[in-house]
Ligand binder design. Structure first.
Ligand SMILES: Cc1cc2nc3c(=O)[nH]c(=O)nc-3n(C[C@H](O)[C@H](O)[C@H](O)COP(=O)(O)OP(=O)(O)OC[C@H]3O[C@@H](n4cnc5c(N)ncnc54)[C@H](O)[C@@H]3O)c2cc1C
Length: 418
């Protein structure tokens, strides 16, 4: 990878204050009162591990994937699903994980969420045979990488009407088509692919299958996404790819149901990452502006700096409360698996929160950059990198308008009560 880091121009006195330990110290002051005792213990142990084992290995000139095994070693590729002996799991733990990893390295968390949650959650939910269990083990170790292929050139927001074909050929399924914007795709070992047997009946004929890197007919190419240079995002082409039946996660028609259930988990995990980015940048801006002097005083002493920062903190505190509430509501989806009203409610709730948290992260990074000044455009503060990742978080898992569309439909449903 081309070197993208530059020289250090940060004042030594400020640098001493801007340590990750200090960022976590302030972060914990806000977060600890919102979470349970077991969650507090998890967060504190997690932060120690990330600071001691992960952060020293982060190199902004290298792809993020070399860091996956460090997370996998202690079962931190995800915390949504129960895995092996891990006791502390569930959506609230996943949100805490996403926040803490994003504070260390937002690009890493983007790729982790795709492999560890968006790819792996359907494997945990629907994969029953030994083959899928082996795939889960490999991806959880961080040694292998997963990705998800939904979006196509002509079908983005309108994902249901996809054109990728998956046909039952008796002994195997045959996949043909092209997916784009596949996060992790160019380096992935495993691909969850959605396709339909009949384009006139996508809901009734959608499959969800796992394609493996060495399957003949699979081709991946990298797209030029400049905002996250350490994450590979690609075009994924399937030409007569034969998929054995043991690689089916959702059979004919079930693929559609699985697609929409998976999106709720995906949005929740993205909420965690967006909140992590927002806390990272808000705290950095708070520290920096307090120790940076202009006109003989700290720039935070100018109300034109401190008030906008305070406003952002206020919004962030509210969004964080809502994020935890959304993660708690996710349990209802698990508990009331067959009650469509509750699932619909949780889906709309997660869309609203995803809209709010990812948009706030973007605005907060942009505003913080203006409030901190030139240094926030360099790699010394990581605010510019966080801003770029925040932009991506806002579109993945469904663009901003689509989240609003889902909420607007749920809100309109209320009219039926009248
Ligand atoms: C960096 C990145 C990573 C991604 N990773 C993945 C991945 O791993 N796997 C994957 O499958 N996809 C991935 N995506 C795709 C992403 O989910 C889509 O970009 C997104 O769903 C929007 O689709 P689109 O880009 O085709 O935009 P379009 O659907 O063409 O939408 C364009 C604009 O029109 C608006 N719009 C569309 N329909 C409506 C409507 N009904 N009402 C109001 N507004 C509407 C949208 O909100 C948007 O603003 C990724 C995208 C990016 C940029």
């Amino acid at each position: 990878m081309k070197k993208i880091t530059g020289v250090d121009i940060l004042d030594e006195k400020i640098k001493e204050k801007l340590t990750t330990a200090n960022i976590f110290k302030i972060f914990n002051r806000f977060i600890i009162p919102l979470i349970t005792k077991p969650e507090q213990d998890f967060l504190e142990e997690l932060e120690e591990y990330l600071m001691n084992e992960l952060e020293p290995k982060v190199n902004l000139d290298h792809d993020v994937y070399e860091l996956f095994p460090i997370l996998g070693k202690v079962k931190l590729m995800q915390r949504l699903n129960a895995y092996k002996h891990v006791r502390r799991h569930g959506m609230r733990y996943e949100v805490l994980l996403a926040m803490a990893v994003s504070i260390i390295d937002p690009e890493l968390d983007l790729a982790r969420v795709v492999s560890g949650v968006i790819f792996s959650n359907p494997c945990f939910q629907y994969g029953e045979n030994d083959k899928i269990k082996k795939i889960i083990d490999e991806v959880m170790s961080g040694e292998k990488i997963g990705c998800i292929c939904i979006t196509e050139r002509k079908h983005g927001s309108d994902a249901v009407n996809m054109e990728t074909k998956i046909e039952d050929k008796g002994d195997y399924l045959l996949v043909n088509g092209e997916k784009i914007y596949t996060t992790n795709g160019p380096v992935a070992d495993y691909f969850i692919v959605y396709g339909v047997e009949d384009t006139n009946d996508p809901r009734g004929s959608m499959y969800q299958v796992i394609v493996e890197r060495d399957f003949e007919g699979l081709e991946t190419n990298r797209l030029g996404i400049q905002s996250v240079p350490r994450v590979h995002i690609g075009q994924t082409i399937f030409r007569d790819v034969k998929v054995p039946k043991e690689n089916i996660l959702g059979g004919r028609g079930l693929g559609y149901k699985n697609l929409f259930e998976g999106l709720v988990a995906e949005r929740n995990a993205i909420i965690g990452s967006s909140l992590g980015i927002a806390w990272l940048v808000a705290i950095k801006a708070l520290i920096y502006t307090n120790f940076r002097d202009q006109f003989g005083r700290s720039i935070y002493d100018f109300q034109a700096v401190s008030f906008p920062i305070t406003k952002l903190f206020t919004e962030l505190m509210a969004a964080t409360e809502l994020g935890f509430k959304t993660a708690t509501e996710y349990r209802k989806v698990e508990k009331y698996e067959y009650q469509s009203k509750i699932i619909k409610y949780a889906a709309a709730f997660s869309s609203g929160t995803k809209f709010l948290a990812s948009n706030l992260a973007y605005r907060l990074c942009y505003e913080a950059q203006q409030l901190c000044g030139g240094i926030a455009f360099t790699d010394n503060l990581m605010i510019d990198k966080a801003l770029e990742v925040a932009k991506v978080q806002e579109i993945i898992g469904g663009a901003r308008n689509i989240q609003l569309y889902l909420v607007s439909r749920a809100v309109k449903d209320m009219i039926r009560l009248l």
